[in-house]
Design a protein around this ligand. Structure first.
Ligand SMILES: [Zn+2]
Length: 305
């Protein structure tokens, strides 16, 4: 473990992760790896302690960190997307976002695929199912700290080895996709009524780029903070339904990974645009928001496909 050396020698680089929305660029990864003579997998595992520091876990006090490796670049490195568990007090446990979900979402919101993932704990069944939605799930490498790998008793690990005979997108006739950056919705919802508001237009755009192949409940969300910064979210569905993530939760994840102090108390306005099908995110979003930040306004706009 080189975490102490990492934290002292590369303080400035690691402090900038929050300013980049929970991301460390491939160039910085290459610089750190060559300086310490370590490979990218080792760096990802060593940085899990940093990912854990983003955890918001007031219910469990149990911090989990994950780091998704984005698309590989010509230098053989990729950007790293940090993630950690997110719990909201006062709502049901089903609203918890796990660290693996958080990191994969972070890569996806930045327009990148997840090509490998490091996790501080052995992934739970919920996350194995969530990650199986990725278009290259079968070959997704899972990196764990030595102490966790020794329990599994193998030198390396793929997601398909952790979830054999998986229930897959194809089992719901979603044959050509699975979650990938270029295979999100092609439908463009239209607002019911005119609206020239910039945040509403952005939420509408996000709804058109979401991943909702099972219900067509296209939704996009914009969180605006009291200092006028914006954070974005869009629906991410799963073939097994329950690991699906609300557009608002995706936006909350991105806000939390910015590393700002009292992130949830800073929420001033939430805009949700959705094309309802057989399901809706309106009530769940309202409930979550009330428990995150009571003083925020909630702006809901129905749309049609
Ligand atoms: Zn999990």
């Amino acid at each position: 473990m080189q975490i102490t050396k990492l934290l002292t020698d590369f303080r400035e680089e690691l402090d900038s992760i929050g300013n980049h929305g929970g991301m460390l660029s491939s160039e910085v990864c290459q610089f750190i790896c060559s300086s310490l003579s370590i490979d990218l997998k080792t760096l990802m595992i060593d940085l899990l302690a940093v990912a854990e520091s983003y955890s918001h876990s007031p219910v469990s006090d149990f911090k989990v960190g994950a780091i998704a490796l984005g698309d590989l670049k010509s230098n053989g490195y990729g950007d790293l997307f940090f993630g950690s568990n997110l719990e909201i007090q006062g709502v049901s446990l089903g609203n918890t976002l796990h660290a693996e979900q958080s990191a994969v979402i972070n890569a996806w919101m930045n327009g990148q695929s997840t090509t490998a993932i490091a996790i501080s704990e052995i992934p739970c069944g919920h996350c194995r199912q969530f990650m199986f939605e990725l278009s290259k799930a079968e070959e997704l490498p899972i990196y764990l700290p030595d102490s966790k790998m020794s329990k599994i008793n193998r030198p390396d690990l793929l997601l398909s080895q952790l979830l054999p005979a998986a229930f897959k997108p194809a089992d719901l006739q979603n044959n050509n996709s699975g979650l990938s950056v270029d295979q999100t919705e092609k439908n463009t919802p239209k607002l019911q009524g005119d609206n020239s508001d910039e945040a509403v237009a952005m939420a509408l755009k996000l709804a058109s780029e979401c991943y909702a192949p099972y219900t067509q409940n296209l939704a996009g969300c914009v969180i605006i903070t009291d200092d006028d910064n914006s954070y974005f979210g869009k629906t991410l569905e799963n073939a097994a339904y329950n690991p699906s993530v609300l557009a608002f939760t995706v936006a909350l994840n991105q806000l939390r990974l910015s590393g700002r102090e009292n992130a949830f108390e800073s929420i001033a306005r939430v805009v949700l645009v959705e094309a309802q099908g057989k399901v809706s995110q309106k009530q769940a979003t309202q409930t979550l928001l009330e428990n995150c930040c009571r003083q925020s306004s909630f702006d809901y706009h129905p749309a049609l496909i």
